[in-house]
Design a protein around this ligand. Structure first.
Ligand code: HEC
Ligand code: HEC
Ligand code: HEC
Ligand code: HEC
Length: 509
């Protein structure tokens, strides 16, 4: 086989981007930061650009990027106290900490210059360089494709990048910052792919040369892909062994921290369009799912209905038992896979950006993101979009102020951040309203009712064996149009518009 053929064969053998193993588990030898940091390679003191890259990546990482300090923080007072609370000998020797705070590969995969103390090093993100180091400094051919085939991690691909970052910033079945670790004093984790990509001091420049070598995805679309990947990873965690923490309670780190952690005098419960939760329920952390739903609403309304009901089924499952929760998580993954496939091929133009922004802003104003973690995600998201479109900058500043103290957070402050008047100039795209079904003329006898069952089947006709159209949920307000025997015909809103169907009357009040 020619070299070229071999390379093509290798590429074909590679798992699709995003499904590959993250560098920690890539099976390659990790050579160490010093093998990248020569001054003629990536360790130049200033920008050089002889090879189309900045070449001072090492300096940027070592001086400005917190990833280079990730191991060192394991030696500080806070880590010492976390380790003591957990009964660990020390944080900097404990696998549970090193898994996320260093390029923690097994000894047999450490090269001569590998140093654990380098923290989250080049190869923790770019993959073990054993095979690609030679390729990417050699001459001729499409070095990038060849390097990828030799184990370079595709960080430029938003799906793969999200999987990489989230492996430490959310957790996986292999490594997770459990509630026990949080309880010992670890900071709460939250992540937004694009916001954190912007926050990480840039050691690369997306210019013409970069575009010639790599496929560039618009930042706003990368944000959307990041949210869908985070949603899927969260669902995978719910389906994996992490959920069962042992003892009576599940792994609390998978739930909304602020569902439990706030003052008893501070009554926060309010009906929520997604959660189906009566007061006093421990909520799942559905913040990335809320963002995926916003993406669907804005750019692919067809999937908004299935996602919305899937999220409600997930919350419902959490109230029932672990098997129901896992089942609902598996089912909800399907519309997310569809959404992801669409996002990979659909460019986010001005109109799409505006629609997402309006969906997010509308949701914040309507207190649809009333939990702290939801509001935090929506704020970071709006910030990403504001950075690109220039809209809503003042509101984003006000939102960050409203979010600054998580113990004193009030959902009403979200609405207040938008002030009295509309922020959008005239002619700005109006929020996307899903195409409504033919308007239903309400009969005189129509009455508002509230659903009193946890989840109530809506049927096509007034009979217990009639096909189920969908479900309505506890607390939903519906209009009772007529009654027939034990059945009521109701009109209700769902994300795909206004609909009607039949429900058992005894579950309306
Ligand atoms: C699932 C990955 C993960 C695990 C496991 C984990 N951490 Fe972290 N840790 C992080 C991330 C990500 C951050 C940064 C959070 C942020 O700023 O958004 C962090 C932040 C910290 C900080 C605060 C750093 C600073 O600059 O203020 C300390 C201290 C810390 N971790 C110690 C530990 C210790 C000790 C352990 C082991 C008991 C541990 N971590 C386990 C991912 C993890
Ligand atoms: C936390 C993850 C992370 C770490 C650590 C990291 N990088 Fe990167 N790096 C990225 C991302 C994300 C990109 C941008 C996407 C891309 O082009 O692959 C990137 C891009 C690059 C590029 C490509 C520039 C171009 O024009 O194609 C180089 C070169 C690079 N990094 C070198 C380094 C070196 C050297 C180190 C260590 C000193 C390092 N990186 C550490 C995530 C990381
Ligand atoms: C191997 C684990 C790991 C990976 C992979 C990783 N991070 Fe981190 N990240 C950390 C840890 C640990 C910290 C905290 C370091 C500290 O505070 O010293 C951190 C900190 C950060 C911070 C600083 C947060 C703050 O509070 O200021 C940003 C931004 C960030 N990461 C972005 C990213 C992005 C973007 C990616 C993916 C390209 C990524 N990280 C991949 C472990 C990781
Ligand atoms: C189901 C309720 C529940 C959820 C959800 C929950 N916690 Fe806790 N948390 C507790 C309880 C109970 C304790 C033990 C309280 C004590 O010791 O005073 C605790 C303790 C803690 C502590 C130590 C407080 C102390 O005074 O010692 C921290 C920090 C913490 N949790 C953070 C978190 C974070 C971060 C999350 C979300 C990832 C979270 N918790 C989710 C119930 C919860």
């Amino acid at each position: 086989m020619t070299i070229r053929r071999t390379i093509i064969a290798l590429i074909l053998l590679l798992p699709a981007a995003g499904q590959g193993e993250i560098p920690q588990f890539d099976g390659h030898e990790h050579l160490g930061v010093q093998s990248c940091a020569a001054s003629s390679c990536h360790g130049s003191a200033g920008e050089r650009n002889t090879y189309g890259v900045l070449q001072n990546e090492y300096i940027t990482w070592a001086r400005h990027d917190l990833h280079s300090k990730a191991y060192k923080v394991l030696l500080n007072e806070q880590s010492r106290s976390i380790a003591a609370n957990l009964g660990l000998e020390s944080a900097h020797t404990a696998k549970v900490c090193l898994d996320c705070h260093a390029d923690y590969v097994p000894r047999e995969r450490r090269g001569l210059q590998y140093q654990l103390s380098d923290g989250v090093s080049c190869e923790a993100c770019h993959g073990g360089a054993e095979k690609w180091l030679g390729v990417h400094i050699g001459g001729g051919g499409d070095k990038h494709a060849e390097s990828l085939a030799a184990g370079l991690y595709p960080t430029e691909d938003p799906e793969a990048r999200a999987g990489l970052c989230l492996s430490c910033h959310l957790g996986t079945r292999n490594k997770f910052a459990t509630h026990e670790i949080m309880g010992a004093g670890h900071p709460r984790l939250s992540f937004d792919l694009q916001k954190f990509t912007d926050l990480q001091p840039r050691h690369y420049r997306v210019d013409g040369d970069y575009r010639a070598r790599k496929t560039v995805v618009e930042d706003t679309r990368a944000w959307a892909i990041g949210q869908v990947v985070a949603s899927r990873q969260y669902l995978a965690l719910l389906q994996g062994p992490r959920l069962a923490a042992g003892g009576m309670f599940p792994e609390l780190g998978l739930f909304d921290c602020h569902a439990c952690h706030h003052s008893m005098k501070d009554l926060r419960w309010q009906p929520d369009e997604r959660s189906v939760t009566p007061p006093g329920t421990v909520m799942l952390n559905d913040s990335s799912l809320a963002m995926s739903l916003a993406v669907a609403r804005a750019v692919l309304p067809r999937l908004a209905g299935p996602l919305h009901s899937g999220i409600r089924e997930l919350h419902l499952g959490a109230r029932r038992d672990a098997a129901a929760l896992r089942g609902a998580a598996a089912a909800l993954d399907r519309p997310l896979v569809e959404l992801l496939a669409e996002l990979k091929s659909r460019r986010f133009d001005d109109a799409a950006n505006r629609q997402v922004m309006e969906t997010l802003a509308g949701g914040l104003k309507a207190e649809r993101y009333a939990d702290y973690s939801d509001a935090e995600q929506a704020t970071m998201a709006l910030d990403v979009f504001a950075g690109i479109t220039g809209q809503y900058r003042d509101e984003v500043d006000a939102l960050y102020v409203a979010m600054a103290n998580e113990d004193r957070f009030r959902p009403a402050a979200l609405r207040a951040a938008f002030g009295a008047g509309p922020s959008s100039p005239a002619g700005f795209a109006t929020p996307v309203v899903p195409p409504a079904a033919a308007p239903v003329v309400l009969p005189e006898a129509a009455v508002n009712r509230s659903v009193s069952a946890t989840a109530l089947r809506v049927r096509a006709s007034p009979a217990a064996d009639a096909p189920v159209l969908t479900r309505v949920y506890f607390g939903d307000v519906v209009v009772e149009l007529e009654t027939r025997g034990d059945w009521s015909r109701i009109q209700f809103d769902d994300v795909s518009g206004s609909r009607t169907g039949w429900v058992a009357s005894r579950f309306l009040r």
